[in-house]
Ligand binder design. Structure first.
Ligand code: G3P
Length: 215
């Protein structure tokens, strides 16, 4: 399973990338709005650093606007994946951009039907939002199970990018279901490292070692 970081924060990406666990980055307009620099500048820096897929999202809602923004985004770097929302215009833009050789991430996906349509128009990634489904009383992981099954049935090459992850359990469940990628906020990636028995075990090893040196 690949790990992407879901942030536009260069410091967090740099720190996590140095650990060797970051395969790519996803951003969205809300995440970019938290940063103080221009989105295209940030995306360029992320691409240069990560050298892997970096999703930059369009904000236009009409087909022509999405195409214009998508073409601008792809000029930033060969690593850019153009992210479009799942709307009729987004689906149409996904088809055209894909035909032009641009990789597209279809986002804001909340149903298996939407994921099926995204695959039919050649999406490179599909982004189902598990946390936001959990938030309204659904089980986001049921959606991942359905999408993985449907894509396997028809051998779609679209990769399932589990988004809106809230904690380690989402990542483990997604991995058990065979999802291709999880995109995680930095705090979720940090949480994957933590186990109290690791901390206690290390403390004990070091204390025992110190005692042994006094012999
Ligand atoms: O980037 C898309 C998605 O991961 C957003 O997650 O936490 O805002 O629901 P969240």
């Amino acid at each position: 399973m690949k790990f992407f970081v879901d942030t536009g924060n260069i410091a967090d990406i740099t720190r996590l990338h140095a650990l060797g666990i970051v395969d790519g980055v996803t951003t969205n307009p809300s995440l970019m709005a938290k940063e103080s620099r221009k989105p295209h500048e940030i995306l360029k820096e992320i691409c240069d650093l990560v050298q892997g897929p970096v999703s930059g999202e369009v904000v236009a809602t009409d087909y022509e606007g999405m195409m214009r923004e998508g073409r601008e985004l792809r000029e930033i770097s060969e690593h850019i994946i153009v992210k479009v929302p799942f709307t009729p215009a987004g689906v149409q833009a996904c088809k055209t951009l894909t035909e032009e050789g641009t990789r597209v991430n279809v986002t804001l996906v909340f149903s298996a039907a939407q994921a099926l349509i995204a695959a039919k128009v050649g999406a490179y990634f599909v982004s189902p939002f598990v946390g936001r489904l959990d938030d309204i009383g659904h089980d986001g992981m049921d959606l991942i199970e359905d999408i993985v099954e449907i894509y396997d049935n028809y051998e779609f090459s679209t990769q399932v990018l589990v988004a809106s992850t809230r904690g380690p359990l989402h990542i483990i469940q997604a991995a058990k279901l065979g999802a291709d990628i999880c995109t995680c906020p930095p705090a979720v990636l940090d949480a994957l490292f933590k186990h109290p028995l690791t901390d206690i075990g290390l403390e004990r090893f070091l204390k025992d070692w110190e005692k042994a040196q006094q012999k």
